[in-house]
Design a protein around this ligand. Structure first.
Ligand code: GLV
Ligand code: MN
Ligand code: MN
Length: 420
């Protein structure tokens, strides 16, 4: 077919992004649609309606994934696409949203051009891709690919509540998530459209990124347990200050992050008790993560982090409780899917370059069950997870066009699973 016909309606897609961004916590900078929060739950009804409006058969699975299926003429296999619509707190309008609404736009264009695929097209808005207060991420895509076990739901937040309890109350009992399977005919391949969230495409003046690999992530929560004392009367030498220990630990994480090629490490949030100006802190809990394309580096870095945290606590005569939260191995994308995206981009006349992803994505989990790949579009100044996150309308349209054309070419194609 003439791939040009699949060009999206750039204004419709852009207006959808604007409309979805209206579901946000009020009185905040930026856009906040945290998983299971009210704006998020409301917005998912809107997403489901968009899917239905594009002619998809919509349902929500046991893991809270919103799934729209466009039946193919043969339906012996399926091809998948989609992303997420939750955000970090005070985040942007494009992370995840571009890939979800871009996928719905593909379905609309297929219908408008009278294009029938042989395979079923499965469009998914995955539940909760961003890390939540329990330190877990990609709930929906992990569950859908069989990557959750009962202990996944035992993770606790700072109030001691478990993820399983929170999901149960939200109407997604963990039992239903265990044993969840791909909802359609066997998955032939999966492609996720996403913003780059880094500076490379913009700096090099490249229109599209063909993702080669998704970085691995190790997350650890460390609770330093000291002793509360009067901040005026407890001598400096007599204190067991949990927050001072955590401060040392945070600098250790920064040092570890600097120790590997293309590797990073961050403490993004700290919880302190009792949290009063005039009381020596008795508890400091920090949530740390390390990312790298190298599984070896990740393993070594985690062990080093654990050892050094234990040493910091021992030196100060306090306790530390160390827990590994989630780990995600680095995931190479399938070379067959990379080639398909690259060749299709050439045919559409879009410039592209191969690019690794430092961010985590649902596609990393889908790669466990099918050949998977990703298409990136440029992010202004590489900014993301902040209100300044921005991608131009034309860049989003190019990405959605490449996504549509790639999926049409994937229809009925036998794809190799092997990473390059
Ligand atoms: C998701 O955006 C992540 O990379 O943490
Ligand atoms: Mn994302
Ligand atoms: Mn994100």
């Amino acid at each position: 077919m003439d791939l040009d016909e699949l060009r999206p309606d750039a204004d419709r897609l852009w207006n959808g992004i604007e409309e979805l961004s209206g579901f946000t916590e009020p009185d905040h900078d930026g856009w906040t649609r945290r998983v299971l929060g009210e704006p998020y739950l409301e917005s998912r009804g809107w997403v489901a309606a968009q899917m239905a409006g594009a002619g998809l058969q919509v349902h929500t699975d046991a893991a809270g994934n919103t799934i729209g299926v466009l039946a193919g003429t043969e339906g012996k296999a399926s091809i998948g696409t989609g992303s997420h619509t939750d955000t970090v707190a005070r985040g942007g309008r494009f992370d995840g949203i571009v890939g979800t609404l871009g996928a719905i736009e593909v379905a609309l264009r297929l219908r408008e051009t009278g294009t029938r695929l042989r395979d079923d097209l499965v469009v998914i808005d995955f539940l909760g891709e961003e890390p939540n207060e329990f330190g877990t991420s990609c709930i929906g895509s992990r569950a859908l690919t069989g990557a959750v076990s009962p202990d996944f739901f035992d993770r606790t937040n700072d109030d001691g509540r478990t993820l399983g309890d929170r999901l149960q109350v939200a109407g997604f009992p963990p039992d239903g998530m265990l044993g969840l399977r791909w909802p359609a005919a066997p998955l032939r391949g999966f492609v996720e459209l996403h913003i780059e969230q880094g500076p490379v495409l913009e700096r090099t003046g490249t229109e599209l990124g063909v993702v080669t690999a998704i970085a691995g992530i190790e997350r650890v929560v460390a609770s330093f347990l000291g002793r509360a004392d009067h901040a005026g009367t407890a001598a400096m030498t007599d204190r067991k200050d949990a927050l001072a220990a955590a401060a040392q630990a945070i600098l250790t994480v920064e040092q570890i992050g600097c120790s590997g090629e293309n590797s990073v490490a961050t403490v993004g949030t700290v919880h302190v008790e009792p949290g009063a100006l005039n009381v020596v802190p008795s508890l400091a809990r920090l949530w740390a993560e390390m990312r790298s394309p190298s599984p070896d580096w990740l393993g070594t870095a985690r062990r080093e982090l654990m050892d050094r945290f234990a040493a910091i606590a021992a030196e100060r005569g306090i306790e530390v409780d160390l827990r590994r939260l989630t780990d995600q191995d680095p995931v190479p994308t399938a070379h067959s899917v990379q080639d398909l995206i690259a060749d299709t981009s050439d045919d559409l006349g879009y410039s592209w370059r191969s690019i690794p992803s430092g961010a985590g994505h649902d596609a990393a989990h889908l790669a466990a069950i099918a050949p998977a790949g990703m298409i990136f579009v440029p992010s202004r100044a590489g900014r993301s997870h902040c209100p300044e996150e921005w991608t131009d309308r034309e860049d989003i349209a190019r990405g959605a066009h490449a996504l549509a054309a790639t999926l049409v070419r994937m229809d009925g194609l036998a794809l190799e699973r092997d990473p390059r």
